[in-house]
Design a protein around this ligand. Structure first.
Ligand SMILES: Cc1ncc(COP(=O)(O)O)c(C=O)c1O
Length: 377
């Protein structure tokens, strides 16, 4: 089984390292290595300095699993599997463990591609349930219930959401996870943007804490600004599911990179500082983009995200969005991501809030609009 092309990765492969300003990235600026090492405690500094570069434990460094398990209220370290290929690997494993021909999955829409293209490649049927842009990108639990079939095995959720920045209330998230409990299916909850909520007290509980069958996916790439480590994880109390996932992982990453595991451990132990840095970058950028979208309300319809690193405004110009993105990249070296990458053809573009260079990217976009949009020259 070969999944359909990953449109996002193909788009980034073309542009990511040739433009000066990525105004659409979903990660946060990478944490500088010396700053991260300076956060090590005695134990992790010892691990780092005594590191040998052999294979590592297939389920993950025990101290790292212990640290990850502390993010959950109902889990033990044994319920955690570290994935050396990030959350992308974690999602690949879950889809392959749960789905196949004759099965069915439900996914909130739009969706990060690993949440649905791998599922479809297993031979499963996939029903997309749209989030409503006019209701703050709400995923309607009744619409999810209606999409279920007797063959449904998995419900894929992703909150905080890529690409919209949607975040449901706690009650609504509990209702969505509860649908899995009622139907006896696995809720696969992609929580990679957890801890990047803008309002205090709005962090959702993890699905794996709410339901013993649910599986939560985490990663170091987003809230920690450590995408280069490629450390992700799967957390669930469903032992049988974990066994299946691990059996598949023996054919993918096998184990995680030894240096990455220790660096991830250092970061998790210093979570407040590491996540705090990412949140400060995002908070400052949010203010800037709010001002920008207020100024350009006739060009972009902006639904302000509630969490995470991205938002998904609609371009109101007659120019096709691909053409707009292409011309902006070529003339200003500023990259936006066309919504067509998410199979959305209603003129949307993804904005990313995780880069400290955002003000300069916005300044160039502003100049571009002043030049090209009639009446603003
Ligand atoms: C919702 C979601 N899940 C998973 C991932 C994969 O994360 P990583 O590439 O760090 O494995 C991403 C990355 O953009 C994402 O947005």
């Amino acid at each position: 089984m070969i999944p359909d092309n990953c449109k996002l990765e193909r788009f980034f492969a073309r542009w990511e390292f040739s433009v000066e300003h990525l105004l659409c990235a979903s990660d946060v600026d990478g944490y500088p290595m010396p700053d991260l090492l300076a956060l090590a405690d005695d134990e992790t500094r010892g691990l780092w300095e005594g590191l040998t570069l052999g294979y590592t434990e297939t389920t993950g460094l025990p101290a790292l699993r212990e640290e990850i398990a502390q993010q959950y209220t109902a889990l033990n370290p044994a319920d955690v599997t570290v994935c050396g290929g990030g959350a992308a690997e974690a999602l690949f494993l879950v889809a392959n463990a749960l789905l196949g021909p004759g099965t069915h999955a439900v996914v909130g829409w739009p969706a990060f591609e690993a949440l649905h293209r791998v599922a479809a490649a297993t031979g499963a049927e996939v029903t997309a349930v749209p989030l409503d842009p006019d209701a703050g990108w709400r995923l309607d639990p009744d619409a999810v219930r209606k999409a279920l079939r007797p063959t449904t095995r998995a419900l894929f959720l992703n909150f905080p959401h890529n690409p919209t920045g949607a975040l449901p209330s706690r009650a609504e998230f509990e209702e969505l996870v509860g649908i899995g409990t009622e139907a006896g299916i696995t809720v696969v909850s992609d929580e990679v943007y957890r801890y990047l909520e803008y309002e205090p007290g709005t962090t959702l509980p993890a699905a794996c804490d709410l339901d013993p069958r649910a599986i939560s996916v985490g990663v170091m790439s987003k809230a920690y600004g450590l995408a280069g480590l490629r450390i992700g994880w799967l957390a669930s109390r469903d032992e049988e599911l974990l066994r299946t996932l691990r059996a598949i992982k023996d054919y993918t990453s096998v184990c995680a990179s030894a240096p990455s595991e220790i660096l991830a451990l250092i970061a998790l132990r210093a979570r407040e500082q590491v996540v705090g840095r990412c949140r400060r970058i995002i908070d400052a950028n949010l203010e800037r983009v709010d001002e920008f979208f207020a100024e350009w309300a006739d060009v972009f319809h902006w639904v302000r995200p509630r969490a995470g690193t991205v938002g998904f405004p609609r371009l109101l110009l007659a120019t096709p969005v691909e053409e707009f993105v292409d011309d902006l990249a070529r003339s200003e070296s500023v990259l936006l991501l066309p919504g067509s990458v998410f199979d959305c053809d209603d003129g949307r573009v993804r904005f990313g809030l995780g880069r400290a260079s955002l003000p300069e990217g916005l300044r160039r976009l502003d100049g571009y609009l002043r030049r090209t949009v009639r009446g603003r020259a």
